[in-house]
Design a protein around this ligand. Sequence first.
Ligand SMILES: NC(=O)c1ccc[n+]([C@@H]2O[C@H](COP(=O)([O-])OP(=O)(O)OC[C@H]3O[C@@H](n4cnc5c(N)ncnc54)[C@H](O)[C@@H]3O)[C@@H](O)[C@H]2O)c1
Ligand SMILES: [Fe+2]
Length: 370
Amino acid sequence: MKLLTLKPEMHLYDTCKEFHAEIGFRDTDLIITNRYIFEPYFSGLPCKARIIWSEDYGSGEPSDEMVEKMLPDTQGPFRRVIAIGGGAIIDIAKLFALRRVSPVQDLFDRKLEIVRNKELIVAPTTCGTGSEVTNISILEMKSRRTKLGLAADELYADRAALVPELLSGLPFKFFATSSVDALIHAFEASLSPKATPYTSLFGHKAIEIILKGYRDIANKGEKARLPLLRDFLIASNYAGVAFGSAGCAAVHAMSYPLSAAYHVPHGEANYAIFMGVFKTYQRKNPHGGIRAFNAFLAGILECAPDTVYEELEKLLAAVIPLKALREYQLTRRDLSDFTRSVMERQGRLMANNYTELDEKTVLGIYESLY
Ligand SMILES: NC(=O)c1ccc[n+]([C@@H]2O[C@H](COP(=O)([O-])OP(=O)(O)OC[C@H]3O[C@@H](n4cnc5c(N)ncnc54)[C@H](O)[C@@H]3O)[C@@H](O)[C@H]2O)c1
Ligand SMILES: [Fe+2]
């Protein structure tokens, strides 16, 4: 039984200046970032690196088309790839640390050999994906109307750099949707059949930090997050460690078609599905590991174990308003198309469900959220 993989070296830098002083931006570096993230923090500091501004190649979450478009500008004698951005930037940068990326569809279908030939340094600027510690890259596959994950050890960063200052300009909306993604990583990892005492150690701590922070925000307003950014960055990293070994499951699997077809941001799409899956787990198998998990949540939420999902729903709604699926313009037809896509294409994630969810149950969850 594998207990835990803890791959990249992890560093915390209080400021961007400290990060820059240690890493330096050399002429053999390829930096992938956004102008509005990089410039406020690094524009006064020496930089010889080539910089790729992701927004010049498309907006929203990354797709196979976007990566193909970037390809010509990422060629050169680079020794290091440095990602400074949210999960979208990090997932792209992971691919450009490989020797061969194109055709991207072939890479994701594992028809290309995956060979890593550059060092990879990752500095997350949201508090959600944990991608700095996972071996996964996720892209929207335009022609297939869904998102796919490529999981391979060659995608681990060499260094994860946590720089809380980078989050100081993160708008509340992205703070909220990214941190709920981290929360869901920790939830899915906690009930995964691959969970171990080690993944639970990280996952449970992440849940505690995030839910306590959400309580502060619910009581005092959006600004209450500002003194907590470092804690949230660490919590998303912990959640990344947890799901990096224990895996994500149905919430992610069912959110992918929603994100791909209607361009709903990753964290928000997960949030739309979250309670539907966990309430179904509770209904279908109340006597398994979910019992101890609910007791743990009850301790944090200060409620009875049989009311944790209702209490959690209320707390989350105070941070991010929940939308029904129909508010994203989904049609009833989409629900059956999405179900088919999940059952056919998301086996990697559906294998980690707490209890088996068959096609009828998946469709039922989508319908209950419609
Ligand atoms: N590889 C993994 O393990 C993994 C896990 C979960 C999610 N993901 C992927 O990560 C992506 C979502 O990542 P995300 O939630 O970090 O969002 P994101 O990277 O899409 O960023 C959201 C928005 O916030 C902006 N932004 C980010 N940091 C900012 C900052 N500090 N200041 C101002 N603006 C900032 C971005 O430019 C973007 O507009 C999805 O594509 C998802 O599939 C990957
Ligand atoms: Fe996620």
